[in-house]
Design a protein around this ligand. Structure first.
Ligand code: FE2
Ligand code: FE2
Length: 127
């Protein structure tokens, strides 16, 4: 499989998990369920970032340190918010949840990952 196909698949999976998380909050599902989905999202995101970083090393991508910093920031923000959510009451929960870095994750996929994927595509690298 082309390496870029694997990344695209993981992006689709990640977006669908984020939609699932959004729905769970909108539908007032139990906190236990929401925390479980958050943990799943974070675990999958870590796996995805590790996959990208591995492919960056293998393909000799030049912006790797900058890109790794962006990954680290997104994980830290998600973990920080998860910690906050544990302390907020029902009426503030949705407000706080709206700070989840959805838009930043999508922007990361559209811009930072796109640059890397273009290079991978040119290299024709398979995983
Ligand atoms: Fe990505
Ligand atoms: Fe990335």
């Amino acid at each position: 499989m082309f390496a870029v196909t694997l990344i695209d698949q993981q992006h689709r999976e990640l977006v669908s998990m984020l939609n699932r998380l959004n729905d769970a909050v909108k539908n007032n599902e139990s906190r236990e369920d929401i925390y479980r989905i958050i943990d799943d999202v974070i675990a999958f995101t870590r796996l995805h970032f590790a996959t990208e970083e591995q492919l960056m090393i293998q393909s000799g991508y030049t912006d790797i340190e900058w890109h790794k910093d962006k990954h680290k920031e997104l994980i830290q923000d998600a973990l920080h918010l998860k910690g906050k959510l544990a302390y907020v009451g029902e009426e503030m929960f949705t407000d706080w949840f709206n700070h989840w870095p959805f838009a930043r994750v999508l922007a990361h996929i559209q811009y930072a990952d796109k640059q890397f994927e273009d290079q991978l595509l040119q290299s024709g690298m398979k995983e």
